[in-house]
Design a binder for this molecule. Structure first.
Ligand code: COA
Ligand code: NAP
Length: 274
């Protein structure tokens, strides 16, 4: 078999694909000729992204607006993508919500909200997509976070949710492997210009602190994230399953580092800012 990065005739579905990292991933698959579908809550963001996918060179582009917390809406949305585009070769599940807040100061509903988006949302997407995944050959990519395996002050909700996401990844790699379906997680480094990075390091000082901790000496880019997904989605990664891959310039080898400390200090100094 010759591995190829030509995604012509292949269907790529990106949940939460209308901004930041996930939109960058969807656009990169479009540039490689894929049929691409994106979904998120905002119809305007979906419409704007579908137009951008078409401009980028997608064979076909489509989208749907739904909330990953609504299992029935996720099922309807993915069924419509399947009707339109056929079996899914690549499924990226990346919808997430995050805000810094100390556990003792967070309402139960605040904690639940992040669990419902990040963790239950992933369950909804995995279950709804399962019948539509190409067998053999599908690649499922969950977008995780370092909070999955590193504790960060002010991130108890995200740590709990993303740890669950990665355990789903590992478990489904076992359960779905015999059908020829690969399942992996990708952990983004500190990705420049994104909502997630802005929420955790909102000041120049905080960003400079993160940068100083990155051994490769630069912040991550949308292209860094898109490239790893292109690889995982291709036959080049045909024997890669059940892994959690950090694309972080070695940042997380330092644990939660300065960012973890700064978050705790920031929230204690100004709890209302969380
Ligand atoms: N600190 C503490 N609690 C917060 C909070 C903050 N900064 N932001 C929201 N909450 C709480 C709310 O007060 C509410 O709890 P309550 O009912 O006890 O008051 C709960 O979280 C839900 O908030 P709500 O605004 O109703 O949720 P939503 O469903 O409209 O939005 C969020 C979900 C809060 C995660 C929102 O930030 C979001 O949509 N994020 C998506 C984008 C994102 O986070 N990107 C980064 C990805 S890493
Ligand atoms: P982002 O720009 O806020 O993207 C989040 C996407 O998910 C948006 O398209 C959003 O669109 C959608 N979304 C949010 N809640 C949703 C819901 N309930 N239902 C359906 N869609 C929903 O965030 P980002 O910073 O690029 O992060 C993307 C992913 O990378 C996340 O999984 C995050 O945890 C992970 N990550 C990011 C970083 C970083 O440096 N940015 C670091 C580590 C991990 P709508 O608003 O239209 O719903």
């Amino acid at each position: 078999m010759t591995a190829t990065l030509d995604f012509g005739g292949r269907t790529v579905v990106v949940i939460g694909g209308t901004s930041g990292i996930n939109r960058g991933i969807a656009l990169e698959f479009a540039r490689h000729g894929a049929r691409v579908a994106v979904a998120s809550r905002s119809p305007e963001k979906v419409e704007d992204t579908v137009a951008a996918l078409n401009r980028a060179g997608a064979e076909t582009a489509t989208g749907a607006a739904f909330d990953v917390r609504d299992a029935a809406a996720v099922a309807d949305g993915l069924a419509s993508f399947h009707d339109e585009l056929g079996d899914f070769e690549v499924l990226v599940s990346g919808a997430a919500g995050n805000f810094p807040a100390l556990a003792a100061e967070m309402s139960v509903n605040a904690f639940r909200t992040v669990i419902e988006i990040d963790l239950l949302g992933t369950v909804h997407v995995m279950k709804a997509a399962y019948p539509f995944l190409k067998r053999p050959g599908a690649s499922v990519i969950n977008i995780s976070a370092p909070q999955s395996y590193l504790p960060y002050e002010g991130q108890a909700h995200v740590c709990a949710a993303k740890a669950g996401v990665d355990q789903i990844t590992r478990t489904l790699a076992l359960e779905w492997g015999p059908e020829g379906i690969r399942v992996n997680s990708v952990v983004p480094g500190f990705i420049d210009g994104t909502e997630g990075a802005e929420r955790l390091a909102p000041t120049d000082k905080a960003r400079a602190g993160v940068l100083a901790d990155i051994p490769l000496g630069r912040l991550g880019s949308l292209a860094d994230m898109a490239n790893i997904c292109l690889f995982l989605g291709s036959d080049l990664a045909g024997y890669v399953s059940g892994t959690v891959i950090a694309v972080d310039g070695a940042l997380y080898q330092r644990g939660s580092g300065r960012l973890g400390q700064m978050l705790g200090q920031m929230l204690r100094a100004a709890p209302e800012a969380g």
